[in-house]
Design a protein around this ligand. Structure first.
Ligand code: SF4
Length: 88
């Protein structure tokens, strides 16, 4: 069975509340001041779901449950970590 991961979608853009960052047990949610939104590292997320319930704008979804209009955000999240290693 493949691992379920979470993805941050469009509602985060311009909000970046960061409540999710505070609860993530593996510190896999990143994004700096200049980034439009926050992103979940697909290689680090353990699928615990804690971030989903913390988000005040309902921007976080299980990969398989992303609304069709936001499917692109799987790639948006993953690409962030290809170009911006966490901590940079
Ligand atoms: Fe972090 Fe859990 Fe959310 Fe994955 S599902 S980003 S591990 S809080």
């Amino acid at each position: 069975m493949s691992r379920q991961i979470y993805v941050i979608a469009e509602p985060c853009i311009g909000v970046k509340d960061r409540s999710c960052v505070a609860v993530c047990p593996v510190d896999c949610i990143h994004g700096g001041e200049k980034d439009p939104q926050l992103y979940i590292d697909p290689n680090e997320c353990i699928g615990c779901g804690l971030c989903e319930s913390e988000c005040p704008v309902d921007a976080i979804f299980l990969e398989d449950e992303l609304p069709a209009k936001w499917k692109d955000f799987m790639g948006v999240n993953a690409r962030f970590f290809e170009t911006s290693p966490p901590g940079k």
